[in-house]
Design a protein around this ligand. Sequence first.
Ligand code: NGO
Length: 533
Amino acid sequence: MTIASRQTRCIAALAGIVLTAGLVSGIAAPAAAATAVAFSAVVPAPVTATAAPGVSYTVTSATTVYAAPGSAPAAATANQFAARLRVSTGLPLPVVTTVAGPSDGIALLLTGAPPGVGAEGYQLDITAGAITVRANQPAGLFRGVQTLRQLLPVTADATTPQAGPWPVPGGQIIDYPRFAHRGAMLDVARHFFTVAQVQRYIDQIALYKINVLHLHLSDDQGWRIAINSWPNLAAYGGGTQVGGGPGGYYTQADYTAIVNYAADRYVTIVPEIDMPGHTNAALASYAQLNCNGVAPARYTGTQVGFSSLCVPLELTYTFIDQVVGEIAALTPGPYVHIGGDEASSTTASDYAYFINRTQQIVAAHGKTVMGWHDVANATPLPSTVAQFWGTTTSNAPLAAAAANGTKVVMSPANKAYLDMKYRNNTRLGQKWAGLIDVNTAYEWNPGAYLSGVGETAVLGVEAPLWTETIVTSADIEYMAFPRLPAIAELGWSPWSTHNLTAFKGRLGAQGPRWRVMGINYYHSTQVTWPSGS
Ligand code: NGO
């Protein structure tokens, strides 16, 4: 039987299990909090989830975590999972890598998964005696463990010791993603965020099976990564931000630390150097990059569209070659994002020339181009991925590019932009693309949204967080939660599971977990949050 034919709506099958997250009253009440949650609480919704009413596994001091023998990545995921659980449960949870098919404990195995779940899918079996996660690739084990985390009592995600018991509901989940690309974007240019802040966000998004973090590393207000061949970019161009604060930048070692931390969570970093517009920080750092040879002042406002690299200048392409070369060498992932949005100080023919030439430079460094959908106005290479950020449901150049094979990542600004306000009175954010509360963020179909860009042309979804008004990690979390999980579910779950009411039930069940994790989330009035969360 194929996986596709096994897709069923799981909600009815789960009716026998009561969603008990509502009993959770926060870290202060550990005894009441250590209560099993239900399959119906998992975000994103799994492809199939079949509960075994009355059956559960309890993690105890006798539980061992087994990792597939001979697989360092499986052992790493097992160690990561056990380390996290040890903190909250105080249990020893030893990790063992020598046993091929244990019948007790929690096993992460690279055998026996249905081939149809692909590289990121998994099969999770929970019986009274054992929990088994089976996957074809280590990435699938990691995704399966995120589901398992969500099935443990929310206090298992606490950072201080909590009282058990630690039950996990019995049954089977078979799960795999709808789209290959499920991204979040963080703008570290308008306001700078430290390595630790980025890592904190990576931890949060990975729980929802996001597999790409796109970092917007340069804009008018700041250049955020050290480039050895052009040191003033970071040293001078990184020294400010919106509002005039000190800014900051990542050393190459910092960037590598982010890349590695993300890789350990099966998140690929996509670095963006926005060009030819959004380049005031670079132009301010090097006079010779300007057509008139004069460096502009650094910029700390929030206007867009006023800056441009000098398209006719040959040095521009040397600059791009060296910058892209250094970033490509630091980036194991396949993409370099070249921006390309809002180049309103560049003529249409200059724009096309610039994008076409820049694509060749990126390709020469062995990377695939990503760009905002504006790049469809040039001649995208067949491999170039265009990121839609418009507010309409049709875009002729993009549809034409899609017809030629261009793949599209969907980030419609009026649905997926995490910097839009929830309501008129939201303290943070903007509203140029409209107000976005949970219903709006969830109620669209990425594979049937843009005319001429159907399911097979869509590589996935991405939720960008622009940071003109975002300054702290608490701000990031307030804008990302609960909308980021909505976009994550659109990217992972089959459309057949799409149901706003059921989604909001799942989302509500996350509230107590976010509270335990210290995530500063927005208590949308469109969701019923369990009391105390
Ligand atoms: C636009 C613009 C960004 C802004 C953002 C604010 C794109 C792709 N370019 O999105 O520079 O920061 O809106 O919402």
